[in-house]
Every structure is written in C-alpha cells, then in structure tokens.
Design a protein around this ligand. Structure first.
Ligand SMILES: Nc1ncnc2c1ncn2[C@@H]1O[C@H](COP(=O)(O)OP(=O)(O)OP(=O)(O)O)[C@@H](O)[C@H]1O
Length: 210
C-alpha cells in the first residue's frame, strides 16, 4: 500500500501554482505541507482528494491510477478542509450521525461510534446543542471527530489545529500518532507546529522535500 505522486501540476484560474511535484508516502508515514499563503497547499490537498483535476502528472495508489475510480478513492481517504462542514440546524450528535450514516455505518453501529467520538472530542455535553451554537474550537473538534467514524488509510488535513486549544491540539497529536501506528498515512497543511514525530516536509510551491 503506497501513495505515489509523480510530476504533479496544478493550475487555479490562469495561474500555475506548482508543477513537477513528486513524492511517495508509505504506511505510517506523514507529510507536512509548508509554504506561504497562496502557495497551493489547500489546492494540493483538494487535488489529492479528487476534488480538482491535476493539470499534469499522476497520482498512484499501489501503482495504479488513484483518481480514475472516484468511489474507490473516496473510500480510502478522509479529507478535512478549512471549513468544518458543521450543519448549523443539526445537534452536535446528529451532525456526527449524519456523517456516520454517509460513511455506511448501520444505525446501531453509527450510534455507538458517534457516542465514542463525542467522548473522544470532549463534546458529550454538547450532544444536543445545534451546530450553530458551538464555539469555533468546538466546531473544529466536531470536524476532527469525523476521523473516528470511518477507517480510511489516507488522511488529508487542511489546517487541522485552527481554533483548537492546547488540550485539543494534544488530542489531535494522539489521533495522528494512533493513525500512523495503524499503518495510516497523513498529509497535513499547517502554518503552526503540529505535534507529529518524524514527518517529512514538502515546501510549496517549489516542491522541495526534506
Ligand atoms: N477557484 C479558484 N479560482 C482561481 N484561483 C484560485 C481558486 N482557488 C484558489 N485559487 C488561488 O490559488 C492559489 C492557491 O490557493 P490555496 O488555497 O491552495 O493556497 P494555500 O497555500 O492553501 O494558502 P493559505 O496558506 O493562505 O491557506 C491562491 O492564489 C488562490 O487565490
């Protein structure tokens, strides 16, 4: 199981953001995306999630084209973007239930998984509170709790620490470490330090890998 990115290029609007991006990711590995505002970190994550077509190059999963079979690709990844995707009318628990059902869990399994995820995210007390009343950090915790509902190999995370307090950042660090220990892979964009050991780093737009 491996992700390989070969000579990837991305154009947004009229502008070429990057070209000739090449890297590999094996089970348990993590890659941190760095670069100034507008350098293409979010665009790369969206491209790897299959939301944007590459302007050139290839994304391979186990040696085969990853993006052609959109359904298979969606099944192997979890993408958390800038937006928390919290539904304002739904309660916190029902927000997670929505995702759990979307990920294919049956009602009983979904209810169990949601309760465990609320516990882990420290949101059990907010279970019935509509999403619109959550604080920014609580919304981010809720978004991160989705990672617990679906076993996906590849996590694509865009600025996951946004609005998190110290204890939530520590929790995120534990989630990342546990995912890698299970053989999961992580690609993560962040402007701040993320608690993660032995991650490689990719600097955009140049594509320098360290
Ligand atoms: N739909 C779009 N049409 C045209 N240009 C776009 C579009 N989406 C993004 N861009 C441009 O692409 C460039 C890269 O944006 P992107 O969000 O990938 O950067 P980033 O490295 O994640 O930035 P930040 O650090 O500010 O989050 C920016 O100049 C942005 O204006």
């Amino acid at each position: 199981m491996a992700l390989a990115v070969e000579q990837l290029a991305c154009i947004r609007g009229e502008r070429q953001l990057f070209s000739d991006l090449t890297f590999r990711l094996a089970p348990g590995e993590a890659l941190l995306l760095h670069g100034p505002n507008g350098s293409g970190k979010s665009s790369l994550l969206r491209l790897l999630a299959g939301f944007l077509p590459p302007a050139g190059g290839r994304v391979l999963w186990d040696g085969a084209s990853a993006l052609e079979d959109a359904e298979a690709h969606r099944a192997r990844l979890q993408y958390l973007g800038h937006q928390d995707a919290v539904k304002s009318q739904l309660g916190t628990g029902d927000n997670l239930l929505f995702w759990a059902r979307l990920y294919g869990l049956d009602p009983v399994a979904a209810a169990t998984a949601v309760s465990a995820a609320l516990d882990a995210a420290g949101l059990q007390r907010q279970r019935d509170l509509p999403g619109r009343y959550l604080s920014a950090g609580q919304k981010r915790r809720l978004a991160l709790a989705r990672l617990l509902l679906k076993p996906a190999t590849l996590w694509l995370l865009d600025e996951p620490t946004n609005a998190l307090d110290t204890s939530a950042v520590r929790w995120l660090g534990e989630l990342l470490a546990a995912h890698r220990a299970r053989g999961g892979m992580i690609i993560l964009a962040s402007h701040v330090t993320v608690p993660m050991n032995d991650a490689r780093e990719l600097l955009l737009p140049e594509g320098v890998l360290t």
